[in-house]
Design a protein around this ligand. Sequence first.
Ligand code: NAD
Length: 284
Amino acid sequence: MKIGIIGAGRVGATTAFCIAKEGIADEIVLIDVNNELAEGEAEDINQGLTLFPKETIVKAGDYKNLKDAKIIILTAGLRRKESETRLELINKNLLIIKDITDKLNPCKNSLILIVSNPVDIMTYLVLKRGGFKENYVFGLGTYLDTLRLFSILKRKKSKAKDAMVIGEHGDSMVFLSCKDKGIMDMVRDAGAWMIKYKQGTGWAVAMACLDVIRAIVFDEKRVFPLSSLVSNWYGVSGICISVPTMIGKDGIIGYPDIKLTKKEKERFLNSARIIKEEITRLNL
Ligand code: NAD
């Protein structure tokens, strides 16, 4: 099975490493406007992979190499600066993602996982502009935020088993089964903290991608908070936003019912409104 990764920067390269080390793909194709970077990262990972029995081949490549890819992970774009919000990044990244979407035109049979920010907007853009099947395109959404929440709860030895983050992958994210303001603030600020300390995240986002890829490869039918085009989810339709989403070999299988409290619903509708306004403002 072939996996394409577009963008060989921090997220793309760490994701390639995590998937390759797991041995679940035959081939990973790394594509970047900076082809030397893609070549360098591919070679670096390959050299280490010789230590492992199930060897994945990692190659730098071009869009023509993606025609038979089962999954394409989109990580290209510019990183958020310390003073920048995710939504401010949009104008710079919009042009990049439009260009890449057009180049993915022959890849109608591939599942596409969007990581580039602002991820809810980019997922909508790829889906609408590319004309892909709705169940084939989904964004990493609030899965990284949910992992951040889990990691804090684990360290505090707290057992909030239904805890999850849904809504916008941004400041209006919605916490389910978590009422601790301190913890919510830590999760919301985690992206900015990462930018301050190491100019962006890499490992956690790569492991989040690996987890979603595993669910596809092994048809796990597991539920993740991913961003996709929703239809009447608590009254929200026609935008990409994170809600609990079941994933298997053909991408999105469905959206399991969950019960939101009145407050959670209000916050979810607010998050949806913010994404909708941005989509309208950008005329997407
Ligand atoms: P980075 O700067 O390290 O890497 C981005 C790469 O994209 C660069 O190597 C650049 O050359 C490449 N690129 C730019 N334009 C391109 C094009 N047209 N075609 C192919 N490649 C192109 O940035 P990063 O830290 O890897 O972050 C990448 C993206 O992922 C950003 O938008 C970031 O905000 C986002 N991100 C999302 C999440 C999430 O949870 N959704 C988490 C972390 C990062």
